[in-house]
Design a protein around this ligand. Structure first.
Ligand code: SF4
Length: 198
């Protein structure tokens, strides 16, 4: 990791009432301002919407942010959204971190707003710490050899090899014995049909 000065931006999403109906997002935003290396905190009603994403891009430019923490929902939904967003603002997309305070706080602790807000602060503190340790990543593509190696020519290996071959892949089946079939090949008949084992 180089010795660049860390400049973290935290973007706290209300998600309408989905988050702000339970969590005191103004309090979470104020708390975020005191976290290490945090130089900008913005609260949005809907961070994934265009105005919310524009706020992120604007803050990256205005505050020379080099780490972004989005305090919102599960990364399963919007991690690609926010990675694209920061990339469009010129930041490496892997310098963005999310804190899921919707599914992990407001939805599951809606009967205890105080505890939900306290937990949200813990998640934000953790996310900022993770963000401070993030490093830029480069995406690379490599050609994949369309062939499979199956080790062991017992019944399972034979079946796997056949299914791979049926799927159109080149298959190399390796067996240390002179014949394939494994334990099954040593049997004379199999119960209940008494068929030949192979
Ligand atoms: S970013 Fe997530 S939490 Fe925020 S408005 Fe969009 S869906 Fe809701």
């Amino acid at each position: 990791m180089n010795n660049e000065e860390l400049r973290v931006g935290v973007f706290v999403c209300d998600c309408g009432h989905n988050i702000a109906g339970t969590i005191d997002t103004a309090d979470v935003a104020a708390f975020s301002e005191g976290l290490p290396d945090v130089v900008a905190v913005v609260r949005n009603r809907y961070t994934c919407a265009d105005p919310g994403q524009n706020e992120i891009k604007k803050a990256i430019a205005e505050h020379q942010l080099n780490r972004v923490v989005v305090v919102a929902c599960t990364p399963k939904i919007h991690e690609p959204t926010f990675r694209n967003c920061v990339a469009e603002a010129g930041l490496n997309p892997y310098l963005m971190e999310m804190a899921n305070v919707r599914e992990h706080c407001s939805w599951v602790h809606f009967q205890d707003k105080e505890a939900a807000t306290a937990k949200a602060k813990d998640l934000v503190r953790s996310a900022v710490e993770r963000a401070r340790k993030l490093e830029a990543q480069e995406e690379k593509s490599f050609p994949v050899t369309d062939a499979a190696l199956v080790i062991g020519g017992g019944v399972a290996g034979i079946q796997a090899a056949l299914e791979l071959a049926d799927g159109g892949h080149q298959v190399y089946l390796v067996e240390k014995q002179p014949t394939i079939g494994g334990n099954m090949a040593a049997l004379d008949k199999t119960y209940p049909t008494m068929d030949c084992s192979i």
